[in-house]
Write a protein that binds this ligand. Structure first.
Ligand code: TXA
Ligand code: MG
Length: 353
């Protein structure tokens, strides 16, 4: 039984019908998924897909993930589907795994960024699945944030990000997983994880009997792909998921001290801690996140939004364990650090001695 079957439907059936009608009419809808909220459009309507790019301010050559009601729809969107893809779909769909496959004829260039592949997944959220079943076709949906910003994990975040650019936001509550799906490229000989997520390399290896490679991120946002034929993954650009406030990761052993030093220099400091106890220093805005990866990921983007909005000059984040179960979260925080601050001065160099 999936999480979806157990969850209570939070959106009435007539609202789902209305959302499906809006999609058919070429409008955008905010769609909850188990990972983050998506900005949904009819994947076969080029004009509607164009609205996604203008609403997000996203470059038009960045491909979108197409969400499907179930794996039986795969053949309409992908060709030459390897048996590994079918095995992974059986194991993890609905769920936070996107498969990159060779695209079938008729999948618009607007969705694939003109590449010969398409990203496909079946989300594990009752509202998304109800909408997909009512719509009965592919829904293109990137995360419903403006380009380069923190992904939304509540309906309120979507409204904050996109306001009236979206016809309707379905409120499915806070997203369970909290970070974007694992993206696995199965369009080439070697499976490659383009973006780590809740489904790990080990999870994938257990199903397909070999370990996927891990794609190295690009150095800078907007940087050209490392090889001309490599797919573009905006989530793989280094500066992504970024708050406006400069953000830095600091080892647990030095966290409280660094925060107090910055505050002592007159800066307003927000802290995202995990194991470190709140020193009850009135100069610090202190947030303690859960110490397990699933709990931490679930609240990560909402925590970053809150800390970004509290008026601090700096966000300091307690460093995380270097174990595989923290990899996807470390990936997102690393990008948040690179992209943070809107180009303002980075944190001053600290004297290590
Ligand atoms: O969890 C998720 O995946 C969320 C929810 C809404 O499903 N969606 C999401 O979409 O994170 P987006 O667009 O923010 O990130 C999807 C990433 C993009 O970086 C895009 O470049 C990559 O998937 N992608 C999509 N199609 C691709 C393809 N054919 N080849 C390579 N990368 C692709
Ligand atoms: Mg995104």
């Amino acid at each position: 039984m999936t999480r979806t079957d157990r969850a209570t439907m939070s959106v009435a059936a007539d609202e789902i019908r209305r959302a499906a009608d809006l999609l058919r009419a070429g409008e955008l809808v905010g769609m909850p998924t188990e990972t983050v909220y998506g900005l949904a459009a009819d994947a076969l309507n080029v004009e509607a897909v164009g609205k996604i790019f203008s609403a997000k301010g996203r470059p038009a050559d960045h491909p979108l993930i197409v969400h499907l009601p179930d794996a039986t729809h795969l053949a309409r969107w992908a060709r030459a589907i390897p048996k590994d893809a079918l095995a992974l779909a059986r194991a993890f769909w609905p769920g936070p795994l996107t498969l990159i496959l060779k695209r079938e004829d008729g999948v618009p260039d607007a969705v694939t960024g003109g590449q010969d592949t398409v990203g496909l997944r079946v989300p594990d959220h009752p509202v998304a699945l109800a909408l997909l079943r009512a719509f009965d076709s592919g829904i293109a949906a990137p995360s419903a944030n403006r380009f380069g910003r923190i992904s939304p994990t509540t309906a309120a975040h979507v409204r904050e990000e996109l306001g009236d650019k979206v016809a309707l936001v379905l409120d499915g509550g806070p997203c369970q997983v909290g970070i974007e799906s694992t993206i696995l490229d199965l369009s080439r000989d070697t499976p490659v994880i383009l973006r780590p997520g809740a489904i790990s390399a080990d999870d994938i290896a257990r199903v397909i009997g070999r370990r996927p490679e891990m794609r190295k991120p690009h150095a800078e946002e907007g940087a050209a792909p490392a090889e001309p034929d490599q797919p573009r993954v905006s989530g793989s650009l280094a500066a992504h998921y970024a708050p406006r406030t400069p953000l830095q990761l600091i080892p647990a052993a030095r966290l409280a001290e660094e925060a107090a030093t910055l505050a002592g220099e007159g800066s307003r400091v927000a802290v995202l801690a995990r194991t470190c106890a709140d020193p009850k220093d009135a100069r610090l805005t202190w947030c303690n996140a859960p110490s397990d990866p699933a709990g931490y990921a679930h609240g990560l983007y909402a925590n970053l939004r809150d800390l970004d909005a509290c008026g601090a000059d700096f966000i300091v984040v307690e460093g995380l364990p270097e174990t595989p179960d923290w990899q996807a979260i470390t990936d997102r925080l690393g990008r948040a650090a690179v992209g943070s601050g809107d180009g303002e001065d980075p944190l001053p160099e600290r004297d290590e001695t």
